[in-house]
Structure formats: structure tokens, C-alpha cells
Ligand binder design. Structure first.
Ligand code: SF4
Length: 463
């Protein structure tokens, strides 16, 4: 490969020097949210709290959290009650795949302006619902409250109730003013909207299957897991919410068991369903070979059926055999690299540490936006001595610890990508911009391949 012109190399070197200068110490109030992992220091890491004011958290707003959860319902209509800017947070940047309807890829907004802030936006919302009903004949509409609606105090509950009566369809309010907290509160608002759709009545009719919670089918993951479960003889009643429909979500209370992939967004829903319908739940993870194997056996055990258990063992044996050779190839290429992880929820972070370990990669920094105390306990028990563990980080902290620990790759979401590239570090999107399914046995190979492609790219020699 030809070398880069001298001016570009100098410019890059200057940028790296500037970055090193820019890295400052932690903000005092943030110190308790960060630690170096140590067996001798088991003190608690602060987490699951409001972000420190002025720390420039990587967390998204309440409305964005709600949208992440509800948008993948393929046949629902979504009206964003707020200024047009909020509506830009849509399928285009939070993609998920559908095997049927494509309605969810559209976004509708009430486009609130200054006069609506003064005189109220309820009339506009009523008009928007009427227009959508007339043009598209929807069965379910979700109405999202945004910051401005929280400020002007539109009564969206009353508007939704009136619209339900008038049109004889479900019109469900999602209480998600952006400033009311952070992404986790949006997850909760979305879960409450899902309960509203299901109804609080316990059904006497039981179906012999499970609900799969917290997979948004970003690159076809739901289809992979559905296929595994079918092969072992377990049916999915409702997928919540990747590639789901309103009808199947309404059937969910009849299932036997909930399995929860993304606990950050769906543990609340699983707990509510346990209270309302007496439905037990299992936290599982299909990221990485080890966790996929454990999860399949946990599901088979929950059914207590010997045939299902035997089929699960057989599937694990066959699938593991298929991927072992390829994984060995990548293990050879990745051994000794150092990884930094910054993702949404704790369960994903735990699986990623295990996946990296399996590939011979050391995790030097790990953090989450919405991890809970129990997630951090597990993270600290499996992370190596000296690994930086941090909750609700900001870009300056991510920079500081990645440079300090000499990370070769950062795994994160769309907001972390530019940071990695500016530091001249490889990046893997494990969030909504991923293009290949990263779950199950085939997902483990896709993940290793992606890490190899980025971390061993020749481009890093030049920055
Ligand atoms: S913070 Fe407020 S204005 Fe911004 S996207 Fe969220 S709801 Fe909309």
C-alpha cells in the first residue's frame, strides 16, 4: 500500500496529541460511577441514577427510549406529538426488519409550532388521528408525548380516550416527554403502553409457547432464534417487539413463559406480566456461543419436557460443530487484542466480555448506559483485574480510559462510532446500525468476522 502524504500524517499526529491533551480528569460527581476492577475492592459502583448535570451523558432522551421499544411493531401507527425534530428519530436511524407489514417505517408528526405552544396542541393531535384513520384505517396508534407536550400540558390521555370511542380502534398514549428522565424511563413508558395494548385481564386460556422479549430484529436475530426454538419444539406466541404485530402482542398474556433478551428495556415488562398474569420469566442472552448454549438449555429446562431437552442438546452439538472451525480461525487472528465495551444494557455487556474472552481478547474497559447493580456485580466478577468499569459515561471519559488502556477496538452504538474513529481505534456497531445478525451460533461467527475485519484493517497503521 502506498504511504500517505507527509502533511496528512502530520495532521493526524497533531490530532492524536490534541486528543491526549484534551483528556481531563473525571468530574468530581462522576467518580463513584467509575472504578478499576479489583478483587480487593468490592465497593459498590453507583448506577441506575439520573445523569450528573453537565456531564454530557451518552444516554438518549425518554421519548427516544420509548421509540426504540415500540417502533419495531410492524403494523402499528406512530404519531409523534411534538416539534418535527423529534420525529427524525425514526426507522431510518433505528432500523428493524419485518417479515410482513412495512407500515412502521413511516413516521407521523403533529409538527408543533410556536402558536401551538401558546394555544395548546390538542386540536392538532385530534386532526392528525382523524387524518390517519381516514387514510390508512389503522387498528392501533401510539401517541408519543415529547418535551414540549410535557411543558404545555396537553391532555393526551383524554384525546386518546375520545379518539378510541370515535373511531373504535386502540389509540394508546406513550408518556415520554424527553426531559422527564433518560432512556430507561422511555423503556418503562413503552412497556406500560404494551400492557395497555394487552389489557390487564388475566386470561384463562393458556397457549403452549413462550414470548420472546427484548429482541428488536435489527438484522434478523428474531428469525434465527425462532428457528432454533422451532427445532427444539418450542413455539413463540409473541415477539416483543422485533417483527411483531399488534395482534400477537395482544395474545402474549396467554403464553406460558417470558424469555427476556434485552433486560434493560424489558425486565420491567416481564415483572409486570408476572404480577398481572402470573407468568414467570427467564433472563437469557443469545450473544456468543456460551450464552446461546446456556439459554437454550434454560428454556428447555423450564418446559420440563425430556424430548425438548434432548432436542436442545442435539441442536447445540450440531450448531457448535458447524462454527468451531471458523471461530478457531478468528481466534488465531485476534488473540492478544484489547477491547473497550460501551453498550446500552448490562446483559449485552456481560455476553460481550465472555465473547471476547472466547476469542482471546482482553476487555480493558466496560460500561453501560442503563445497567443495574446486579448487572455490574456480574460484570465485575467476570472482568479481569484493572478493567475500567463505568456507568453512564460521557465521551471524555470514554476517550480517557480507551487511551489509558490502549484499547484496539470499541464496541458500541451509533453515538460511539465517531469517537472511536477520531481516536484511530477500530469500531464494531452492536446496536441499531449493525448489518449482520450477531446472535446465536452463526451470529458468533459474524461477530468474530466483523471484529477481525475492523481491528486487523491496514488503515490503523496510518493513523
Ligand atoms: S429531548 Fe425532547 S425535543 Fe429532543 S428528541 Fe427528545 S423529546 Fe424531542
Amino acid at each position: 500500500m502506498e504511504s500517505l502524504p507527509k502533511e496528512i500524517v502530520n495532521e493526524c499526529l497533531e490530532t492524536v496529541e490534541n486528543i491526549e491533551e484534551r483528556v481531563q480528569d473525571l468530574i468530581k460527581e462522576r467518580e463513584a460511577f467509575v472504578c478499576y476492577n479489583s478483587k480487593n475492592n468490592k465497593g459498590t459502583l453507583r448506577c441506575d441514577e439520573e445523569s450528573v448535570s453537565g456531564s454530557v451523558s451518552q444516554r438518549a432522551c425518554v421519548y427516544c427510549g420509548a421509540r426504540v421499544v415500540l417502533n419495531p411493531i410492524t403494523d402499528a401507527y406512530h404519531i409523534v406529538h411534538g416539534p418535527i425534530g423529534c420525529a427524525s428519530y425514526t426507522w431510518d436511524i433505528r432500523g428493524s426488519l419485518s417479515s410482513g407489514e412495512e407500515v412502521y417505517r413511516n413516521s407521523f408528526s403533529t409538527d408543533l409550532r410556536e402558536t401551538d405552544v401558546i394555544f395548546g396542541g390538542e386540536k392538532k393531535l385530534i386532526a392528525a388521528i382523524d387524518e390517519i384513520v381516514e387514510k390508512y384505517k389503522p387498528k392501533v396508534i401510539f401517541i408519543y408525548s415529547t418535551c414540549i407536550v410535557g411543558v404545555i400540558g396537553d391532555d393526551t390521555d383524554a384525546v386518546c380516550k375520545m379518539a378510541e370511542k370515535k373511531h373504535n380502534i386502540r389509540v394508546i398514549p406513550v408518556k415520554s416527554p424527553g426531559f422527564a428522565g433518560h432512556k430507561s424511563m422511555g423503556y418503562k413508558a413503552a412497556c406500560n403502553a404494551i400492557i395497555n395494548l394487552m389489557g390487564e385481564e388475566k386470561s384463562n386460556q393458556k397457549l403452549n409457547g413462550i414470548n420472546y422479549l427484548g429482541d428488536f430484529n435489527l438484522a434478523g436475530e428474531v428469525w434465527i432464534i425462532n428457528n432454533y426454538l422451532k427445532r427444539i419444539g418450542v413455539d413463540i406466541i409473541a415477539k416483543i417487539t422485533g417483527d411483531s404485530t399488534c395482534r400477537e402482542i395482544m395474545e402474549a398474556p396467554k403464553a406460558k413463559l417470558n424469555i427476556v433478551q434485552c433486560a434493560g428495556s424489558m425486565a420491567y415488562l416481564a415483572k409486570r406480566m408476572e404480577e398481572l398474569y402470573g407468568m414467570p420469566f427467564l433472563k437469557i442472552s443469545f450473544f456468543g456461543v456460551e450464552d446461546t448454549k446456556i439459554s437454550l438449555m434454560q428454556i428447555a429446562d423450564a418446559f420440563g419436557d425430556e424430548t425438548i431437552k434432548e432436542r436442545a442438546k442435539e441442536l447445540i452439538y450440531k450448531e457448535e460443530e458447524k462454527v468451531e472451525k471458523e471461530l478457531n480461525y478468528y481466534r488465531g487472528r485476534l488473540k492478544g487484542k484489547k477491547a473497550a465495551i460501551y453498550v446500552g444494557g448490562g446483559f449485552k455487556a456481560i455476553s460481550l466480555i465472555k465473547q471476547f474472552k472466547d476469542l482471546g481478547i482482553k476487555t480493558v474497559m466496560v460500561g453501560t448506559q442503563t445497567g443495574k447493580a446486579e448487572d455490574y456485580d456480574i460484570i465485575r466478577s467476570i472482568a479481569e483485574e484493572g478493567t475500567v468499569v463505568l456507568d453512564d459515561a460521557n465521551p471524555a471519559e470514554l476517550e480517557k480510559f480507551m487511551l489509558e488502556k490502549g484499547a484496539d477496538i470499541l464496541v458500541g452504538g451509533v453515538k460511539e462510532r465517531p469517537l472511536a474513529y477520531k481516536l484511530g481505534v477500530a469500531f464494531c456497531d452492536h446496536n441499531h446500525e449493525r448489518k449482520h445478525a450477531l446472535c446465536g451460533f452463526e451470529g458468533a461467527v459474524n461477530f468474530a468476522k466483523e471484529i477481525d475485519l475492523t481491528v486487523n484493517s491496514p488503515v490503523w497503521k496510518y493513523v
